[in-house]
Ligand binder design. Structure first.
Ligand SMILES: *Cc1c(COP(=O)(O)O)cnc(C)c1O
Length: 385
């Protein structure tokens, strides 16, 4: 289906939504009532497809799910109150005591904590690997391996693991697979054709785009979505509210425009940083000199406006001087909104990265204002040392 049709009309004339209103209704209700015994009985037997209670099915949320599945190119999708909730529900639906999971090492920090803090005490075994190749997978795989958790690029260092190989290997072994693709967004990845069981997104990021919602989605087959629905989704109850679903539908309408705009600006910023004497390296998978540029090009359709770079400094003080001078860039976690951000690695507890490493996310501001802001901040390092 044509992308603009998905973004601007798909699902919006279904009976629950159709009122002639151009903006779809927010069905802000916890409960749905039926007028006959038989109707109620029918709905009770199929909660996935019918509005019974909004912890399960809600038409505004389902409208968003239809659009996200269509963009991602999967049969169905299931939305959650956060990206982490979606990942946890999918993983917990399948794993039991004695199962083994393999996960990419520098995955999203709360995915790692889901495995190590929440699941290991229940008897789930976990191994982390840096990249997916024959050797790394053979080294850790076991009889009881059940699932492979993939993510690309990995956090802060912007390594690009070989997702294609990992997927192929996992399929041969019959393992379940989950790819966290918050980075690419459903519009921008080539992962659906590898047919993972789950593609997970933090919808807080690009899908929302306005830094006003925390949300998540998992995409996959209808069978898998139903399996999670009747397990981790309903039991944990981490559903998305109808109002937040409506905000995400609104955010989605401009997703392609936002991605393109921030991507173009990111090209300029990346070049500026590559050329800057106070920058020792730029970890931008979309820079043609990045060691995994070719791999990144097979994984993503367009450049993504987040990467990292390393300030040529020796102290946290110099990093602080750089950060404190920024006026347009804000100091914050998360990303995917209109506002450009930096996240200095050495501000993180238990930082394992070089002291000067900084993650940079490019939003929708003008490239001129962002570059001027960076220039001012680079000058502040000289003054501090
Ligand atoms: C933000 C993020 C998450 C978690 O999403 P929330 O919506 O914050 O729960 C998971 N994976 C990646 C790659 C992320 O960037």
């Amino acid at each position: 289906m044509d992308l603009s049709q998905i973004l601007y009309s798909l699902g919006e004339s279904e009976p629950d939504m159709a009122s002639g209103a151009v903006s779809p209704p927010i069905l802000q209700t916890s409960n749905f009532a039926y007028s006959t015994f038989q109707e109620l009985k029918d709905v009770l037997t199929n909660e996935y497809d019918n509005s019974l209670y909004s912890r399960g099915h809600n038409p505004t949320v389902r409208l968003l799910e239809k659009k996200l599945a269509a963009i991602q190119g999967t049969e169905a999708a299931l939305c959650f109150g956060s990206g982490s909730a979606g990942i946890a529900a999918a993983v917990i639906t399948h794993l039991k005591q004695g199962d083994h999971v393999i996960c990419v090492r520098h995955c999203y920090s709360w995915t790692r904590k889901l495995l190590s803090i929440t699941l290991e005490p229940y008897g789930v075994e976990v191994d982390y690997i840096d990249d997916f190749n024959e050797e790394s997978l053979k080294n850790v795989q076991r009889e009881n391996t059940q699932m492979l958790i993939l993510e690309s690029p990995t956090s802060l260092n912007f390594h690009v693991p070989d997702i294609e190989f990992g997927m192929k290997y996992a399929k041969d072994q019959g393992w379940l697979t989950l790819i966290d693709n918050s980075y690419g967004s459903p519009l921008n990845d080539n992962f659906a054709k590898l047919q993972p069981d789950y593609i997970a997104h933090s919808a807080t990021k690009f899908i929302s785009g306005h830094s006003d919602v925390v949300a998540g989605v998992i995409c996959g087959s209808l069978e898998k979505m139903k399996q999670v629905f009747y397990n981790g989704y309903m039991t944990f109850g981490a559903m998305l509210s109808p109002f937040d679903a409506w905000l995400l539908i609104r955010g989605l309408r401009t997703l392609p425009i936002r991605l393109e705009h921030s991507g173009t600006t990111a090209d300029e910023i990346s070049r500026f940083l590559v050329d800057h004497p106070k920058v020792s390296s730029v970890n931008d998978p979309f820079d043609t000199n990045h060691p995994y540029h070719e791999r990144a090009k097979t994984q993503f359709k367009h450049r993504v406006s987040m990467f990292s770079f390393e300030l040529d400094v020796n102290s946290q003080q110099e990093v602080a001087a750089f950060c404190d001078r920024l006026k347009v860039f804000r100091l914050a976690v998360s990303w995917g909104g209109y506002e450009s951000l930096v996240l200095p690695a050495c501000a993180l507890p238990n930082n394992e990265h070089p002291i000067g490493l900084i993650r940079i996310y490019i939003g929708l501001e003008s490239p001129e204002s962002l570059i001027q802001d960076l220039k001012n901040a680079f000058n502040a390092i000289h003054q501090s040392s």
